[in-house]
Design a protein around this ligand. Structure first.
Ligand SMILES: [Zn+2]
Length: 256
């Protein structure tokens, strides 16, 4: 297959996968089946016809409304589909076919779903983080930086935050870091290894603090406002997976 055809295939696959990620984002927190029933309008409950399930195109053609009850369909749905399509094309171009591409796409899909579920519900479901950590560790045997780094990464990702969470709980008497965050860090560690999970924790904390301070300054929240830390971790992990090694080299340059 020539590169052009491969990228086209990756894009179409990504759009279809993005459509499935929307189903996960909506149904996993409600503990509903991902396969049955088929896609429905969330308001009038009518089953969608095949052409209403075509990623991105259906939303544009229907002008973002249900054909029966005319309820508007949030623009985030086609955006998730388009983003996933672009992610598949970019990753295929960047990594080329192989286990690393497969591993990075799997991580990317998990991060998209966790990003939105934590944003909407402030939870990071075990059904994603626990199997994700196991799959990440298994894939580390055939992808860089190797299984030792992956094992250390999932221990660091899981263990250090666990200690921090326990200390914070004892000192402040409130839960600063949820167990969901810890499991998500273990997943990131399993996929990316110990260096990049530390970078993810640092970037995620920085991002979360910056947004938190911004909200306090804008007087739109107070100190106890629960920010979706998993959402920040998802952004941080995506940055670490793509340009993390360069960031670490740049940072260590200051110590020479
Ligand atoms: Zn409807």
């Amino acid at each position: 297959m020539t590169t052009d055809w491969l990228l086209l295939f990756a894009g179409l696959l990504g759009l279809a996968v993005g459509s499935f990620l929307n189903v996960c984002i909506y149904r996993v927190p409600l503990e509903q089946s991902l396969l049955l029933p088929g896609s429905r309008c969330m308001v009038c409950n009518r089953s969608l016809r095949w052409f209403e399930n075509v990623p991105v195109v259906a939303w544009i053609v229907l002008r973002g409304r249900c054909r029966t009850c005319h309820t508007s369909i949030p623009v985030v749905y086609p955006l998730v589909e388009a983003f996933t399509g672009i992610m598949f094309v970019w990753a295929t171009w960047h990594y080329g076919p192989g286990w690393l591409l497969f591993s990075r796409l799997l991580l990317g899909c998990a991060l998209v779903v966790l990003f939105f579920i934590d944003l909407h519900h402030r939870i990071l479901p075990n059904v994603i983080t626990v199997p994700g950590t196991i799959i990440g560790f298994i894939l580390s045997f055939v992808t860089p930086p190797g299984w030792v780094s992956s094992l250390v990464g999932l221990v660091i990702g899981g263990l250090i935050p666990l200690v921090l969470a326990e200390v914070y709980l004892r000192v402040r008497k409130v839960e600063g870091l949820g167990m969901g965050d810890v499991k998500m860090l273990a997943l990131v560690g399993a996929f990316l290894g110990w260096k990049l999970v530390l970078l993810t924790l640092a970037l995620g904390s920085f991002l979360g603090s910056a947004v938190g301070l911004g909200l306090i300054v804008a007087r739109r929240g107070d100190m106890k406002l629960a920010l979706p830390f998993g959402t920040f971790l998802a952004i941080a992990a995506a940055v670490s997976a793509t340009v993390g090694d360069q960031i670490i080299i740049w940072y260590l340059g200051f110590y020479r």
